[in-house]
Design a protein around this ligand. Structure first.
Ligand SMILES: *Cc1c(COP(=O)(O)O)cnc(C)c1O
Length: 396
């Protein structure tokens, strides 16, 4: 069956897409317009943490949609209050501002740090970020990102984001001056190819920023809400940052994000921050359903068991095919292919018959795995079996 492509040219082309449309999703499986099924290890780029159409989220959305969708951000609504209470109760943060995307939450974090710098550090505004980091696609978050080429793509950049090297505390120390207000990083650099900040580095960064009276901001847009085997990735290091952003997993597929701050840092005044859809009860209701499932007893133990299974399976594949091993934290992992055939493997996996496999190659020599957090042991075994078969074909 062909899908109706007559409207495709009405869309702005922003990436190359295969000639198919997905029409249905359940758990770890997607189905296209031909009825072909795909085992999905992308999950909307680490977004659908409970898989496709999770019953708890569907039920929460359905109930909220027929109750109250949008009273206005200038009024309280119960779901946003309840979700903020859950997040602050489970973290070191005291205040939450809900947003609609990771980039928007990060913009809020940047504004909050600059405001704090104005109030407490004599107008300091620079935020040290990291080479290869990714913080979003607005002008400020592109400027904060360390992706090669992004500094000139939409020049001029937003000023004030000097870049250090991940896991090199001296490279951070060297950049600090009297205009520095904060350091911002991903606990695991996701788009860069799943590069974890070490526990020692996270601790050294916290000690250094505390010593100098600077803020530490963690961008947990990809790592938060259980992705790394703890509710928040900063918890692996036993530290307490000042500001955290969440998106992706927090809504398990619906546009929801959060800017979280400790009381002493939550210095927005009336008029500083806002937005039409921010904290709307429909998305907050989905966020509550996700949060309650991910924080239920035994959920994180299962995430860690699946992570270990995936890690061991990828290591076995690496040994069999002479690759360079694997890395990652929790269910955010990467296989180092040792050769730049990532794109060929991704295409062969997708086109595999009768059932396909959806994978991502953030770099030519790397595959990234970001399954649903409730992926089953059987689904991981199946993925590993298919991947073995596909690598065999591609490298034949
Ligand atoms: C995806 C991502 C973002 C951007 O989130 P959007 O919702 O796409 O705006 C920011 N930071 C990190 C670490 C991400 O992975």
């Amino acid at each position: 069956m062909e899908f109706d492509q007559s409207g495709v040219k009405a869309l702005m082309e922003i990436t190359s897409r295969p000639d198919l449309v997905f029409v249905h999703g359940q758990g770890s499986w997607l189905e296209d317009h031909n009825g072909k099924r795909y085992l999905d290890f992308l999950q909307g780029w680490a977004v659908n943490c409970l898989g496709h159409c999770p019953p708890s989220v569907v039920a929460a959305l359905t109930k909220q949609a027929s109750t109250l969708i949008n009273p206005s951000p200038a009024f309280y609504n119960q779901p946003s209050i309840d979700l903020a209470k859950r997040i602050t109760g489970a973290s070191c943060f005291d205040r939450v501002f809900f947003a609609n995307s990771g980039a928007e939450a990060n913009e809020g974090a940047i504004k909050l740090a600059r405001k704090w710098g104005k109030l407490h550090r004599n107008g300091a505004y620079k935020i040290i970020t990291f080479n290869h980091g990714f913080h979003g696609r607005t002008l400020a978050t592109m400027s904060a990102s360390g992706k090669p080429g992004w500094d000139t793509m939409f020049a001029p950049q937003v000023d004030g984001f000097p870049k250090a090297e991940l896991n090199d505390i001296e490279s951070v120390r060297k950049l600090i001056d009297d205009k520095t207000v904060a350091v911002m990083l991903e606990p695991v650099q996701g788009e860069a190819g799943v590069i974890p900040a070490t526990v020692e580095f996270m601790q050294a960064l916290r000690a250094l920023t505390q010593e100098l009276g600077l803020l530490m901001i963690v961008d947990e847009v990809q790592t938060g809400i259980g992705r790394t085997g703890k509710l928040f990735a900063y918890q692996h290091a036993g530290i307490e940052p000042d500001i955290m952003t969440l998106a992706k997993g927090i809504g398990s597929g619906v546009p929801l994000a959060a800017l979280c701050a400790r009381e002493a840092v939550a210095c927005f005044e009336y008029g500083d921050q806002g937005g039409t859809y921010n904290g709307n009860p429909l998305m907050a209701a989905a966020g509550i359903a996700v949060f309650d499932e991910v924080s239920a007893p035994d959920f994180m133990a299962a995430v860690n068991a699946r992570a270990q299974q995936l890690s061991e399976g990828l290591l076995a594949l690496s040994a069999k095919w002479g690759m360079d091993g694997e890395r990652g934290t929790g269910l955010l992992r990467a296989l180092k292919l040792g050769k730049p055939d990532g794109a060929a493997i991704v295409a062969a996996a997708r086109d595999r018959g009768p059932e396909g496999l959806l994978l991502n190659a953030p770099r030519p020599e790397l595959l990234r795995f970001m399954p649903a957090l409730n992926v089953t042991a059987e689904e991981i075994d199946l993925m590993l079996r298919w991947l073995d078969e596909i690598v065999g074909q591609v490298r034949a």
